[in-house]
Write a protein that binds this ligand. Sequence first.
Ligand code: HEM
Length: 529
Amino acid sequence: MATQPRTYEDDRNTASQDTVYTDSNGVPVPHPYEAQRAGANGPLLLQDFHLIDLISHFDRERIPERVVHAKGSGAHGTFKCTKSLDDLCIADMFSEAGKECPVTVRFSTVGGEAGSHDCARDPRGFSVKFRTEEGNWDMVANNTPVFFLRDPAKFPHFIHTQKRDPSTHLTHSDDSTMFWDYLSQNPESVHQVLILMGDRGIPDGYRHMHGYSGHTFKLVNKSGDWVYAQMHMKSKQGTGFITQEDSANYSPDYSQKDLYGAIEKGDYPSWSVEFQTMTAKEAEELWETQKINVFDLTHVWPHKQFPLREVGEFTLNENAKNYFAEVEQVAFNPAHMPPGVEPSADPVLQSRLFSYPDTHRHRVGVNYQQLPVNSSRTSHRGANFQRDGSMAFFNQGSRPNYLSSIEPISFRERSVNLDKVHGEFISDAVTFLSEIKPEDFNAPRALWEKVFDDKAKARFVSNVSGHMSTCRYPEIIKRQIAIFREVSDDLATRVEEATGIKGYDGIANLQFNGTHNGMTSNSKLRYAN
Ligand code: HEM
């Protein structure tokens, strides 16, 4: 008879034929369906530990699902550096071509629950845990380069409008009032709305989409010099989309099936890893000349000025053996960065650095980092003074739990001069986070005018008007049309025709309930109530 699993790999590879049926305590039980009763038809006995053990564990099977991105799929694979980045970054994983590290990736939709449809019109999450020699780097990205907001205080409001109504318990598929109410009050969302309601709003599974950090990070080199950077992960399978009409023909787990099936049959999906970079001086100039603030993730960096530089690629070649252990319990945290990668002052990123480990302690438990799927794989043995708490499996033995002079631990020297690392660019770029400016409409206008062809435009308008048909207040639609008019007259007029609702002529005379309207010269109108 095999012994109980001693290691994670042992457990992960357990095969039924090597096992014998036991209770949770390892005591063999002759049959899983034999409840102990007082006589043939008598009541159950409290002494039946096996039954109580079984049912009480079942009663506790669920952990909270992720508050966002609850529906997801994951897999493991390998990252390989193809071109060294050591002129810009000291991170070991980029130090030389050929360097490899394992990765775990999780893709997701955003608003739906764990059991929801994975072909929903929604951004997709794209999280990568690079298991580097220097600790894990969690790139917690989306499949869109921009986001709906730049003020983190708006996030819970925005997400609530993507979830079920507190009273009707319906989602925005049945009643889109909240959805458009939020967007029509927060015009900085319009760039992401163009992406969401356009073809990229329903990617053809997770293999056919790119990933973007969205946020600006900093890469630091050995001299302590740094550049701003955005990461792009480009699908080598190409991109593809599903139309709104067609999406009804897809099963709720299509994206899961597609990813799992491809990996099972050896058709391993892969993505290149590329960076756009810019110096602090270029960031200042970008603000002065184009009013693009690198701390504002509703904007993209112009590709002509800031071309992509490829540094590596990753391939997913292994499915999870156990979904719960390896995908549900995996915890990605944007604050996990190796030396050489630093956060920027982007306020949304800064808030996320707090939010993820906070939710992990709630969702998985205080010692979530000890779970095999979350723990790091460094060759040095880490030591710290975090102890105890629920389920402390690894508790650092008899080592002192304070900084002891009798049993000292060692410290690595800082790899770079932090004075330069923490230098920030400060100019008039730091303004009221939600102020709407004419520049907010430039990128969505370029999408509408230069990227969408006629068919894509028609699909966009049909997606928007179809979705708006369950919005209960025409006033909300009139305001959203006003926002579309700032993007393009043509776009606004087409939405008017499709909805049969005449919108406002632009936003100059509108007030917003959480947004400073910088599109008007009338200062009285700049704040709503
Ligand atoms: C998941 C918060 C913005 C990408 C989550 C989770 C929280 C959260 C609490 C659940 C994490 C878990 O249970 O493991 C926030 C807050 C934001 C924000 C407070 C803004 C203030 C963003 C942005 C992106 C993003 C801008 C992408 C650029 C993701 C992804 C996941 C996620 C990909 C799923 C992670 C996984 O697969 O486990 N977010 N988020 N979030 N978020 Fe955000």
